[in-house]
Design a protein around this ligand. Structure first.
Ligand code: TRP
Length: 322
């Protein structure tokens, strides 16, 4: 049995890019019988940027609601808040002492912001060590992540190897699973869909706000009657990612034949999203009103996760002589 583990950034409601790029593939992986999955909400990492606990709680609940609504089988797997298993902080300290300083200086998460050092807190600097603890604390075998996290996984492996080298086999060296085919989902402005660019399509938004986002997708200024190139249009590109092949082909032909405007295409995209995610949206809106339920789901996961964490932490402490 392979133990799959991944952390979910708690930066808010998941958008279409998160759904297609992370949630759906992860859930698919977790549904394989031979796997056991640990998915957690990285609400300690988020303290690096988010100091307002109300926002953090809200983000945590929307992530929990979204993953459950998308079908994550939390009962047969593990679903928890990183912050509730405080053992992770203890392990982080131990691992800090096995982490060469230059490795952190060279980590992208820090390096990308190091031109403005006064805005960097030490949490950002040691981000990769907490991430290593997230993984090593649960004896994870496989960590599926996006390309941007590859370096963090290498750091995790290096830290674990360094520990094992000094104390004998203690920590499981995880494999990184980077899905090379993972699609880059274009946002409303054609750049990669990301909260940072404010170009997201939020599937779990009330219909009228969702419509606003879709209507804001940037297109060229071709008139209604003109023939259009679907492949170059952001509306079609997004539609094509979620539509069935015959639906996509149909839309493509309409673009080509003229008399079909971008407004029409946007409406079709909205209809498709509302239809495709109808059940999930309903479940999300029900769940988000039911905080107790969400808390109980997470508590259940935390109880189970804590057992693994305690086990691994004892192993580490014994080796260290604590
Ligand atoms: N750093 C990851 C991201 O930004 C989130 C994360 C935190 C994570 N801890 C992890 C991912 C452990 C995988 C394993 O997406």
């Amino acid at each position: 049995m392979a133990r799959i583990l991944t952390g979910i950034q708690s930066s808010g409601k998941p958008h279409l890019g998160n759904i297609l790029g992370a949630i759906e593939p992860s859930i698919k992986l977790s549904n394989k019988k031979e796997n056991e999955s640990l998915f957690f909400i990285a609400d300690l990492h988020s303290l690096i940027n988010i100091k307002d606990s109300k926002i953090r709680h809200k983000n945590t609940l929307s992530i929990a609601a979204a993953w459950i609504a998308m079908g994550f089988d939390y009962e047969n797997n593990y679903f928890y808040r990183q912050s509730k298993i405080t053992e992770v902080c203890e392990l982080t300290w131990y691992l800090n002492c096995f982490t060469p300083y230059p490795m952190l200086v060279n980590s992208h998460s820090f390096k990308d912001k190091s031109n403005n050092l006064s805005s960097v807190n030490n949490g950002l600097f040691t981000y990769p060590v907490l991430m290593a603890s997230d993984i090593l604390l649960y004896d994870a075998d496989i960590v599926p992540v996006g390309k941007d996290q590859k370096q963090h996984l290498e750091i995790t492996r290096d830290i674990a190897k360094s520990f094992n080298h000094q104390f004998g086999n203690t920590l499981i060296i995880p494999d990184c699973k980077i899905d090379e085919n993972v699609m880059t989902i274009p946002g409303t402005d054609g750049r990669k869909m990301s909260k940072t660019y404010n170009n997201t399509i939020d599937v779990f938004l009330e219909e009228k706000d969702l419509k606003k986002q879709i209507m804001s997708i940037i297109t060229d200024s071709k008139g209604l009657e003109e023939s259009k190139n679907a492949e170059k249009c952001n509306v079609y590109k997004i539609y094509n990612l979620i539509a069935k092949k015959d639906q996509s082909d149909k839309m493509k032909n309409k673009y080509l034949s003229g008399g079909y405007g971008y407004g029409h295409a946007k409406n079709e995209l909205l209809e498709l999203i509302l239809d495709k995610y109808k059940d999930q949206r309903k479940m999300y809106f029900d769940l988000i009103k039911n905080e107790d339920y969400l808390h109980n789901v997470l508590k259940l996961g935390e109880k189970k996760a804590k057992v693994i964490a305690n086990n691994v932490l004892s192993r580490v402490k014994k080796k260290l002589g604590y």
